[in-house]
Design a protein around this ligand. Structure first.
Ligand SMILES: *Cc1c(COP(=O)(O)O)cnc(C)c1O
Length: 354
């Protein structure tokens, strides 16, 4: 049976991306060799890395000061690379604490210098995005998490500031149009909207680098990775290639404007049902609701088994909420078809009749 994959990450990819990736594993570019068994210095792969970097820049509309890298270590390594490269010795950085990942990012930066918590929604289990922030110009940078995967909130507005903005976009990169040039560093683990785990997309402004006097280990130094065209050491070839297939797919279907329209429609369907149906409650404040991760509760315990079995009978997988929130989480990333959302909404309507 066809599955409706609502997993939070790793998660659904476009069928043509999966097909292209599996073909490349068998025979890459008609070379008679697998993508997995050629040198990463072979022109066939160097072209992949170059196109993945330039197409990312093109889709995001990044200016010439930006370099795009595909690194390893996940978004979690960026929690430490950002302060390593951006925080001055004895410096101070601002963090907006909007969820588990943001908290982890701030804790990692605290190893390097002082942290100013510019805002936090911990008081209500991260169910909203703090507003009206007071961001001092003397901070080395301000770190945001644009989409909070676990609690289902998303920043609809990016605060204005003169200091460099650093953004963890792991779970909503390439999901909508946004002025990417307002940031100095953007990072995203591939496994949510881009490709398989193993690569992390990093977009960094060259002009912001080189301001710290701290010695930086080569593998953690953005400049070293830039100078070696994102090939300082062996890159995660499969993840980079599959991410490139997703980037080509995004461009082919019309870019971020089209992707955003589709995502808005999917989110609208499911949130409208949550608000209409008295059996369900959304867990995030309405104005901060995520268009990627829809978190909700079924408020009649006696219907849970029925709801769960209706979902699995329809092929719905991956909608259990994160253990820290409970309830359900429908992740509706770029590649999730609207049919999958309709299937879920039909079940939500159907359960009312019990
Ligand atoms: C998943 C996720 C992470 C962690 O990513 P890894 O690649 O597993 O380190 C960090 N931030 C956000 C917002 C995420 O959704």
């Amino acid at each position: 049976m066809k599955k409706h994959n609502f997993s939070a990450g790793p998660c659904i990819l476009s069928p043509e991306v999966i097909t292209g990736a599996s073909e490349a594993v068998k025979d890459f570019n008609g070379m008679g060799l697998s993508l997995l068994e050629i040198s990463h210095r072979d022109k066939n792969f160097v072209d992949v890395m170059d196109e993945a970097r330039s197409l990312s820049k093109e889709i995001m509309g990044l200016d010439d000061d930006f370099e795009v890298l595909f690194l390893q270590g996940g978004a979690s390594l960026q929690f430490c690379m950002a302060p390593y490269n951006f925080m001055h010795s004895g410096g101070k950085a601002g963090y907006l604490v909007t969820g588990t990942w943001a908290k982890k990012a701030a804790a990692e930066a605290a190893l390097f210098g002082e942290i100013a918590e510019i805002g936090s929604s911990a008081d209500r289990n991260f169910s909203y995005i703090p507003k009206d922030l007071n961001i001092s110009d003397s901070l080395d940078y301000f770190h945001l998490t644009s989409n909070n995967t676990i609690v289902g909130t998303q920043m609809k507005e990016i605060p204005k500031t003169k200091i460099p903005l650093v953004c963890d976009m792991s779970s909503d990169i390439f999901s909508k149009t946004i002025d990417f040039n307002q940031f100095s560093l953007i990072y995203a683990g591939a496994q949510k909207n881009l490709g398989p785990a193993g690569a992390t997309l990093v977009a960094v402004r060259k002009s912001v680098l080189g301001k710290t006097s701290r010695p930086i280990p080569s593998m953690l130094d953005y400049s070293k990775h830039i100078n070696s065209d994102s090939m300082f050491n062996t890159p995660p070839v499969f993840s980079v290639y599959t991410s490139l297939l997703t980037l080509r797919w995004i461009k082919k279907i019309g870019g971020l404007t089209v992707v955003e329209k589709q995502n808005n429609l999917k989110a609208k369907y499911i949130y409208e049902e949550i608000d209409r149906n008295s059996l369900f409650d959304g867990t995030a404040d309405k104005r901060d609701r995520s268009n990627m991760n829809v978190c909700f509760l079924l408020n009649d315990d006696s219907l849970k088994n029925k709801f769960n079995s209706l979902c699995s009978e329809s092929g719905i997988v991956g909608i259990n909420g994160h253990r820290s929130v409970g309830g359900y989480r429908a992740s509706i990333y770029n590649a999730l078809p609207i049919d999958s959302v309709k299937t879920l909404v039909d079940i939500m309507k159907h359960i009312e009749l019990y």
